[in-house]
Design a protein around this ligand. Structure first.
Ligand SMILES: [Zn+2]
Ligand SMILES: [Zn+2]
Length: 200
C-alpha cells in the first residue's frame, strides 16, 4: 500500500518517520490511530503521564504512536501486551475516558479481481493492459480508503477501564548476590535474601 502525499507531507508524519527510520504502512497505521485517538479523547500530546497507551503488538505502528501521543516506553505510560492484534487503547487520566481502536480487517483486503491480476503479473503472463488495469484498481481502492480519513481504518470501542497507576519511583537497594543496585520493587526474596532477577 502506498502512503499518499497528503500524509507524507505532514510535519508530524515526518517526525514519526525520523524516529522510526523509514516510511511504511505500519508507521502510517500508527499515525492514523494516534490522530484519531487524540481527536476522540480531545487531547494534546502527553507532556507527563495524563495520557496512557496500551498497544497489543510490537510492530512499526508503535513508534508513530509514541511520537504523536507522547506516551513512551521511558515515561511509563506506554504499555505493551503481546496479543498480536492491531489494537490500540488510549486513556485520558484527567477525565477517565478510554477508547480502543481495532484495525478493520477490510483495510488490507484485496478484491478477488485485483488479486487475480496480481497473480497474472507475477506469473509474467500479464499484458500491458492487465498491468494498467491492476494499477488503476489498486490506486482507486487506496485513494478511496485514505479519503475516509483515520475513521475508515479503525473500529472504535468506548471502554471502561481502570487506568494503570502512574509510574512508581521506588528506591534502589543492592542485590545480595551481584551487589548491583536494583529497584526495590523488582527484587525477589529467596530464603530471606533479596535477589535481583538476573541472579535468580
Ligand atoms: Zn516500519
Ligand atoms: Zn543480582
Amino acid at each position: 500500500m502506498n502512503v499518499p502525499e497528503s500524509i507524507r507531507n505532514e510535519k508530524d508524519f515526518q517526525e514519526c518517520v525520523t524516529f522510526h527510520g523509514h516510511t511504511c504502512m505500519g508507521v502510517t497505521i500508527g499515525y492514523l490511530a494516534a490522530k484519531l485517538a487524540m481527536k476522540l479523547l480531545e487531547h494534546k500530546r502527553s507532556i507527563d503521564e495524563e495520557l496512557i497507551t496500551i498497544v497489543e503488538n510490537d510492530a512499526c505502528c508503535c513508534d508513530a504512536i509514541q511520537v504523536l501521543t507522547g506516551c513512551t516506553f521511558g515515561k511509563g505510560n506506554f504499555f505493551f501486551k503481546d496479543y498480536g492484534k492491531m489494537a490500540f487503547t488510549f486513556g485520558n487520566r484527567s477525565n477517565g475516558k478510554a477508547i480502543r481502536l481495532l484495525l478493520k480487517p477490510e483495510v488490507f483486503a484485496v478484491p478477488e479481481q485485483e488479486q487475480k491480476l496480481l497473480e497474472l503479473i507475477r506469473s509474467g503472463k500479464a499484458s500491458p493492459e492487465d498491468i494498467k488495469k491492476y494499477e488503476t484498481m489498486t490506486e482507486t481502492r487506496e485513494t478511496d480508503l485514505f479519503s475516509g480519513g483515520p475513521e475508515a481504518f479503525f473500529d472504535v470501542q468506548d471502554i471502561e477501564m481502570t487506568l494503570p497507576p502512574t509510574a512508581t519511583r521506588a528506591p534502589s537497594t543492592p542485590c545480595v548476590i551481584c551487589g548491583e543496585m536494583v529497584l526495590q520493587t523488582k527484587l525477589k526474596e529467596v530464603n530471606g535474601q533479596m535477589i535481583c532477577k538476573s541472579c535468580q
